[in-house]
Design a binder for this molecule. Structure first.
Ligand SMILES: Cc1cc2nc3c(=O)[nH]c(=O)nc-3n(C[C@H](O)[C@H](O)[C@H](O)COP(=O)(O)OP(=O)(O)OC[C@H]3O[C@@H](n4cnc5c(N)ncnc54)[C@H](O)[C@@H]3O)c2cc1C
Ligand SMILES: *[C@@H]1O[C@H](CO)[C@@H](O)[C@H](O)[C@H]1NC(C)=O
Ligand SMILES: *[C@@H]1O[C@H](CO)[C@@H](O)[C@H](O)[C@H]1NC(C)=O
Length: 520
């Protein structure tokens, strides 16, 4: 045992020497250096969904077990290679290189054996279900496994091909968040390997400081190798409703009405309909003939619409008339008369709806393109002003993608986690989800940079005191901006960093902490 560990250390040392001292030297991969297979690189280690940053690591670890990760981090903590950074990479769906490690080591979490175990605890009324899931597993895998037993997580993301560890490092939000909180509010326990290489099992009652640090912690404190996720009985079907508005104020008022009825409504989102194309592309998974809206105006004088999307779970029980619930809810709403569509789909198809959009975009080569996205949390008090600010920086005619807008309730977020939210009780998510088209009219290079620049301008104006917004999936370019992002929680964040990753090895792609290089 001792001997094996010793060998591992020596072998890691050899690889690091090769990889770090001679960046130009070609090393054949895969390289087998005993128990830790470090690769020179892989096709994926410097790539993410954003396709804006492409930082290459010096080496890649494809761990076979959490122990491999612990061995690597223990070695880096103890050795004099203190310039080496490490980033866990889940499904690589970040926008700004957050899972990259320039000249460091990327740990590709998808190589860990995926394990999903579902448990039931307690008896009768008090019984509840949870799943123990490996950190690199995808939410779609958890959905498929849990549905076999008629249960499922309560809180989701729109897209399910994201890793458990990746979304728990941010928040994990979707149309269920107003009701159940984000995914980080639905975790019972975590296995984490800290920056010092310690494998810790933590929960709200045991090792709570690490538990809360890691949730929404942007990969700064440890690597999640296992998560215990709360489950509930899964509905069989879902009534899925879309209603249209031509007035922003009426749209948001109705959204706020719907989140005030959590006993009836199970999911609520909404989006801006900028043009006919955006209506079409956001409706691929929605099985209804969407009538065209009246008029999107002409160049320079565009008219936009808004769509509320809500859903009600159907357990196919004889005691509830879901159609009547839908009618009761829609009767209270103020959408444009007759602009409403109600469909019924399976729970699985509803949750996996973005996959259909992905497959459709892949067919026309519009998936693997740059994605200059901006996600903001905007307090209710500033949402009108933010919408105007955003629209002043967008031209609806050539906008490719989607703008999501929907409210959450901040009291469903645990303030002990590292996640950052504005202070209002009602907070809007605004997701500006743009794709850069590779062909006529193409948007590449300078065009993508221009969108990124305009988004930065919008974000910087919005985080000021007038609107008081915060970035979700944050990307900041200076230490001062990061301190502003965390606000009064900055001290807590930095203290947790000093405790769990004192050498600042983890999460370099976020650019929050600069590693102070010690001389070798
Ligand atoms: C098409 C699409 C749809 C999306 N929809 C939503 C949505 O509806 N709601 C929402 O909340 N988000 C959404 N996102 C954003 C998504 O949740 C984040 O980008 C998330 O980080 C992606 O997970 P990932 O596994 O790809 O993470 P990665 O990009 O691989 O990693 C993200 C960060 O987490 C760290 N990390 C990764 N794994 C671990 C781990 N096991 N332990 C510790 N740190 C780790 C990385 O180092 C990095 O800093 C969407 C993204 C895309 C591309
Ligand atoms: C719908 O509303 C009516 C009138 O308020 C009420 O009697 C009925 O129980 C409601 N139905 C459901 C299924 O909620
Ligand atoms: C979480 O924060 C609250 C205050 O917001 C505090 O009272 C509580 O003790 C904290 N819980 C843990 C486990 O740290």
């Amino acid at each position: 045992m001792e001997f094996a560990l010793f060998c591992t250390r020596v072998n890691v040392l050899i690889v690091l020497l090769l990889a770090l001292c001679s960046p130009c030297q070609f090393i054949q991969s895969p390289i087998d250096f005993g128990p830790l297979d470090l690769l020179q690189t892989t096709n994926t280690a410097s790539l993410d969904f954003g396709r804006i940053h492409f930082n290459s690591p010096s080496a890649v670890l494809r761990p076979q077990s959490p122990k491999d990760i612990s061995v690597l981090l223990r070695f880096l903590s103890a050795s004099s290679y203190r310039k080496v950074t490490v980033a866990a990479k889940g499904a690589g769906h970040s926008i700004h290189g957050q899972a990259q490690a320039l000249d460091g080591i990327v740990i590709e979490m998808d190589s860990l054996p995926s394990s999903i175990e579902i448990y039931r605890e307690g008896q009768g009324e008090a019984a509840f279900f949870y799943a123990d899931v490996s950190g690199g597993a995808l939410w779609i895998e958890l959905l498929e496994e849990s549905l076999k037993l008629g249960v499922a997580p309560r809180s989701w993301t729109d897209y399910l091909y994201l890793s458990i560890g990746g979304t728990l490092s941010n928040g994990g939000i979707s149309g269920q968040t107003f009701k159940y909180g984000p995914q980080i509010s639905n975790v019972l326990q975590l296995d984490v390997i800290t920056g010092k290489g310690e494998l810790v099992t933590c929960s709200p009652t045991k090792g709570s400081e690490l538990f809360y640090a890691v949730l929404g912690g942007l990969g700064q404190f440890g690597i999640i190798t296992r998560a215990r996720i709360l489950l509930q009985a899964a509905p069989r079907k879902v009534r899925w409703v879309r209603a249209f508005y031509d007035d922003f104020h009426t749209f948001t008022k109705d959204q706020e009405l719907l989140i005030s009825m959590p006993e009836l409504v199970d999911y609520l989102e909404g989006f801006i309909v900028l043009n006919e194309q955006s209506l079409h592309s956001s409706s691929i998974a929605f099985p209804a003939q969407m009538d065209l809206l009246p008029d999107f105006g002409t160049n320079g004088n565009s008219k936009v619409y808004y769509c509320i999307e809500f859903a009600i779970h159907d357990y196919l029980s004889k005691d509830t008339n879901v159609q009547q619930v839908v009618e009761n809810v829609t009767r209270k709403m103020s959408y444009m008369p007759s602009y409403i569509h109600i469909v019924e789909v399976s729970y699985f198809d509803f949750l996996n709806r973005v996959r259909m959009e992905e497959l459709s975009l892949r067919r026309i080569d519009l998936w693997d393109v740059p994605h200059p996205w901006l996600n903001m949390f905007v307090p209710k008090s500033g949402i009108e002003e933010f919408k105007d600010l955003l629209m002043a920086n967008i031209s609806p005619d050539d906008f490719e993608g989607l703008i999501l807008i929907y409210p959450l309730l901040s009291d469903k977020w645990d303030t002990n986690t590292s996640a950052v939210l504005p202070a209002d009780q009602v907070v809007y998510v605004v997701g500006v989800l743009r794709s850069a088209k590779p062909s006529a009219p193409a948007c590449s290079g300078a065009c993508v940079s221009d969108i990124v620049r305009r988004h930065r301008h919008v974000a910087e104006a919005a985080v000021g005191p007038r609107i008081g917004a915060k970035q979700y999936l944050p990307h900041h370019s200076s230490p001062a901006q990061w301190r502003g992002h965390f606000g009064r929680n900055w001290i807590r964040f930095a203290t947790r960093k000093a405790q769990f990753d004192p050498l600042c090895i983890l999460g370099p792609g976020q650019g929050i902490f600069q590693k102070t290089p010690l001389n070798l």
